[in-house]
Write a protein that binds this ligand. Structure first.
Ligand SMILES: Cc1cc2nc3c(=O)[nH]c(=O)nc-3n(C[C@H](O)[C@H](O)[C@H](O)COP(=O)(O)O)c2cc1C
Length: 385
């Protein structure tokens, strides 16, 4: 059995380690300072090395470390994943690009045309991470006031139209959010492989839409038993429409040669814990984010209080924002947990670590070879040279 392992590309900048979580030194808009790279000031002048060069390095590193592709997240603070993908795709001829995007802010015809062009240009390496939005400030940034469940109705319409025009046969659609009349991709673009659909969201509306549209139902990491129940729910719901999605989980990893060394890394990051920042990030109407918040204890006496089961730690959002759950432990322990998740039904993983470049090598070299229950999908054929 083989499993698709993706690596997260840091689209918001990158920092030197979990120990310096609030200090981006790679690619962030915080200015050019001593110690920064991509770009840096050298000899008083910008060195011409841009953040896209750094992301290209992460692509190459994660590809050679055994990852099948990269996730390109999309938030108001990030680079644009479509433009970034078209710039990075030429760095490899096998690496897949999982573009996160919110369907509401793009006409489905435009999305279809961009996607088909990318499929042609990359030999079918585009993957979708369909995000329907978590409300609050990030939605208003787009001027989007559509309510929670309606956002999923919009996502569903969007994907119906996108599929409807994909093969090049004239397609009419008269929905609540989108309309088309005789629309179709032109022969030049029609009939490319349709990108695999990863679909996230924990609400009933999300599970309903995922049941109809997803190839992979994607979740943040949660306590394993809860994840099992969540997947059972998605499975049962999808079966009603005769579908059986696969499952994927996005996981932060702190893996070191010993468990103690891994926790020492967390302890250093813990020095800059920022509960208020984590609370701010959890504002909005995301059911998934509220679910996660429910597992983070209100009263914390130390970072180990947040270890909800062995090696499963829910304090990442307190250190650097973003999802709360990740794995912390020795290389062997992390591999064991990933194996347990495979046994639990996870078909694909999106792993992440800071700094993205170095940790891609570490996880690829030290953890992935220890997996017992699966092997990472390899798409690059071995050179005989
Ligand atoms: C693994 C994963 C990755 C996500 N990536 C993004 C992202 O890049 N940008 C974004 O705005 N939302 C992202 N989301 C948020 C979801 O798409 C969704 O908007 C959110 O979970 C709220 O849905 P819910 O209320 O149904 O839980 C992600 C969610 C998950 C589980």
């Amino acid at each position: 059995m083989s499993t698709d392992f993706y690596w997260r590309i840091g689209m918001e900048g990158d920092h030197a380690s979990l120990r310096t979580p609030r200090r981006y030194n790679r690619g962030h808009a915080g200015g050019h300072r001593p110690g920064n790279i991509a770009p840096a000031i050298r000899g008083g002048r910008l060195d011409g090395y841009s953040y896209i060069d750094h992301m290209a390095a992460v692509v190459k590193a994660s590809e050679s470390a055994g990852f099948v592709g990269g996730l390109l997240p999309s938030f108001p603070i990030t680079e644009d994943p479509w433009a970034t993908t078209s710039a990075l795709a030429r760095e490899s001829d096998t690496y897949r690009f999982m573009v996160a995007f919110q369907p509401g802010f793009l006409h489905p015809l435009q999305a279809a045309r961009m996607s088909a062009s990318l499929q042609r240009a990359t030999g079918g390496r585009l993957v979708y991470n369909i995000i329907s939005g978590g409300g609050g400030a990030p939605q208003l940034w787009w001027g989007d006031k559509v309510q929670h469940d309606d956002r999923y109705a919009r996502t569903s319409e969007f994907l119906d139209v996108l599929r409807g025009v994909w093969e090049g046969t004239p397609f009419d659609y008269d929905g609540r959010f989108f309309e088309t009349a005789g629309a179709a991709l032109p022969p030049l673009l029609a009939g490319q492989p349709f990108p695999e659909v990863y679909f996230s969201g924990s609400s009933g509306a999300a599970v309903d839409a995922a049941g109809r549209h997803s190839d992979y139902y994607l979740s943040w990491l949660e306590p394993f038993d809860d994840l099992r129940v969540k997947f059972d729910g998605v499975r049962a719901h999808s079966a009603k429409s005769g579908r059986a999605p696969k499952f994927a989980v996005r996981i932060d990893i702190v893996a070191r040669h010993t468990e103690e060394a891994a926790w020492a890394e967390i302890e250093k990051g813990w020095a800059s814990v920022d509960r208020a920042a984590a609370d701010r990030a959890a504002q909005g109407d995301s059911v998934g984010a509220a679910r996660i918040k429910g597992w983070v204890p209100q009263h914390i006496t130390g970072f180990r209080d947040l270890e909800v089961q062995p090696n499963v730690w829910c304090g990442f959002s307190l250190i650097r924002g973003g999802p709360a759950f990740g794995l912390v432990g020795s290389y062997e322990q992390i591999a064991e947990r990933l194996d347990q998740l495979t046994d639990l039904g996870v078909d694909a993983f999106i792993l992440a670590g800071n700094p993205h470049l170095e940790e891609a090598y570490r996880v690829g070299e030290e953890v992935l070879p220890l997996l017992q229950r699966t092997t990472p999908t390899r798409v690059r054929t071995l050179s005989t040279r």
